[in-house]
Design a protein around this ligand. Structure first.
Ligand SMILES: Nc1ncnc2c1ncn2[C@@H]1O[C@H](COP(=O)(O)OP(=O)(O)O)[C@@H](O)[C@H]1O
Ligand SMILES: O=C(CO)[C@@H](O)[C@H](O)COP(=O)(O)O
Length: 499
């Protein structure tokens, strides 16, 4: 008998479900993709039912193909892409496609929040209003789709909807609730001030849960649908970046996480809701009770690379494309890329900025372009690091996770550009491992997250900065920093042209 838990990681590109035993060994993992719909520039949507179907397929495959015995799955928990808006009516039917974290149509709503509440909003939520958060999306629906807003009985974030479909229970955990920017980060209650100011009925906000809280069990209907048993216990789970941090053992100040998924995140554990970053970085509740974290988010990290692959080299495998970057010289023969292909969040909260290749030269080839994309994304991470450095917040150790962490070339480049040692994990599962850990702690296998991390988290390789690369990248970064101010007006002009 191998008792195990399932960690369900509801990412932006796919769901990944990992079966993990009591000692943290990953027994099997299954993934299933779903599409992203971008009907207009700035729009980014997914169908919540696709998440449920994909999760179910992954679970069925774990049972049928990997021979995970449903009777041995004692617990399930979740990690989810943050900030997405899922609206349900009185009958708990989905009212419209989910608006995702990288949907930036809400610039007017964001400005409105800033005008109406200004610094009070930052004080309450720990965050300045940004397009990607849930509140501006809800205000967009209120203004542009009033009939849907009127029918809204429940607001959820993505993984909460999947949990609801598996258990029949509604709720949101604190780490995702902070990401809505409707939670008072100091009291951990929904903010009456924000709800009253913007006309959000508090009854549509779901009950608040701790990430390790037991929510219930699998419903008989979902058990029949998926092959799971109704005895399996379900725990709340958390935001993907918080779960990623837990799964990488980021549980103390000075420890940092680099998540290279669809988005790119540089995250630091915080002991309290600090205002030292003046809203320049996000501040969120951790999945660890009474813990917090700050983070800078570049909207298109892995997404820039996938976009490049899809658009310019779909004839190559991902590995072949990356091999071209390995042989290209540092600096890609003078080519700079800025990864603002869906706008940007940190350090430039700018939905209109767009990416650029600067320095194109007839001597460059596809390998140089691929390398420039990797370097540009890495410079964007350095922009996030610069905010930490300016605030005097140390990051002694950074662990990398996510799809991008599969590339040794990229991890070495990041060590060289950030000038900090970057560690990979031996059992990298992305945020899914953190989700599994929440189930393990919820079940009582471990007394707390820290003791579970001691058993589950194993560092793999360390990439140390190479001095001659550091010098060259410093030179390039100084140029990269000039691209945003130089292209801002051009991007605005092009956005106007498109409108
Ligand atoms: N071998 C690889 N090397 C570098 N990047 C990769 C590799 N494989 C996938 N990626 C990048 O990882 C991203 C997906 O990472 P993942 O953590 O699964 O994202 P998400 O959780 O957002 O769905 C893709 O956008 C892709 O560009
Ligand atoms: O918006 C944020 C964090 O604020 C994103 O990091 C999302 O949480 C999506 O994560 P990935 O799919 O890239 O892991």
């Amino acid at each position: 008998m191998t008792a195990c838990v399932l960690g369900i990681d509801l990412g932006t590109s796919a769901v990944k479900v990992s079966a993990v035993n009591r000692t943290g060994t990953v027994l099997a993992q299954e993934a299933f993709d779903y599409p992203l719909s971008q009907p207009e520039p700035g729009y980014s949507e997914q169908n919540p039912n696709d998440w449920v179907m994909a999760t179910t397929v992954a679970i069925v495959r774990l049972i049928l193909d990997d021979h995970i015995d449903p009777a041995e799955i004692e617990g399930v928990s979740y990690s989810g892409q943050m900030h997405g808006l899922v609206l349900l009516d009185q009958e708990k039917q989905v009212l419209r496609p989910a608006m995702l974290w990288n949907d930036t149509r809400t610039t007017a709503e964001r400005a409105d929040i800033e005008t109406q509440l200004g610094t009070e909003f930052v004080r309450i939520t720990g965050n300045r209003p940004l397009e990607g958060f849930t509140l501006p999306k809800l205000l967009w629906v209120k203004k542009h789709e009033p009939a849907i807003f009127k029918q809204t009985a429940v607001v959820l974030t993505p993984k909460d909807y999947v949990r609801y479909r598996m258990t029949g229970k509604l709720g949101i955990d604190y780490s995702d609730a902070t990401g809505t920017t409707m939670l008072d980060i100091h009291t951990n209650q929904w903010s009456q001030t924000i709800c009253q100011q913007f006309g959000i009925p508090m009854r549509i906000l779901p009950p608040l849960l701790r990430s390790i809280d037991r929510v219930g069990t699998i419903t008989p209907e979902y058990a029949e649908f998926s092959g799971l048993t109704p005895a399996t216990q379900v725990f709340a789970g958390g935001a993907d970046n918080a779960c990623g941090a837990l799964g990488a053992g980021i549980l103390q100040p000075g420890m940092g996480l680099l998540s290279i998924g669809t988005s790119g995140v540089l995250l630091r554990y915080e002991e309290q809701p600090t205002d030292r970053y003046h809203g320049q970085l996000q501040l969120e509740d951790h999945v660890v009770p009474d813990g917090y974290y700050s983070m800078g988010v570049t909207l298109a990290a892995g997404y820039s690379l996938s976009w490049f692959h899809r658009t310019f080299c779909s004839d190559l495998t991902f590995a072949q494309m990356l091999a071209g970057a390995t042989t290209a010289p540092l600096g890609a023969k003078g080519l700079l890329f800025t990864p603002y292909i869906v706008g940007e969040r940190t350090p430039y909260a700018d939905a209109d900025i767009r990416g650029s290749f600067i320095g194109m030269d007839a001597t460059q080839d596809r390998g140089d372009f691929t390398r420039a994309v990797l370097e540009g994304i890495s410079f964007s991470f350095r922009d996030c690091l610069a905010i930490y450095q300016a605030a005097g917040a140390d990051l002694q150790r950074i662990v990398a996770i996510g799809g991008g962490a599969q590339s040794p070339l990229w991890l070495q480049m990041l060590a060289d550009i950030l000038q900090v040692p970057i560690q990979s994990l031996a059992n990298e599962q992305g945020p899914g491992l953190g989700a599994a850990m929440l189930a393990a702690v919820g079940l009582g296998w471990y007394s707390d997250c820290a003791s579970c991390a001691q058993q589950f988290v194993h560092v793999g390789h360390q990439y140390d900065p190479l001095p001659d690369h550091v010098t060259k990248y410093n030179q390039l970064y100084a140029l990269y920093q000039q691209v945003y101010p130089a292209t801002r007006k051009l991007s605005q002009g092009l956005r106007e042209f498109l409108r």
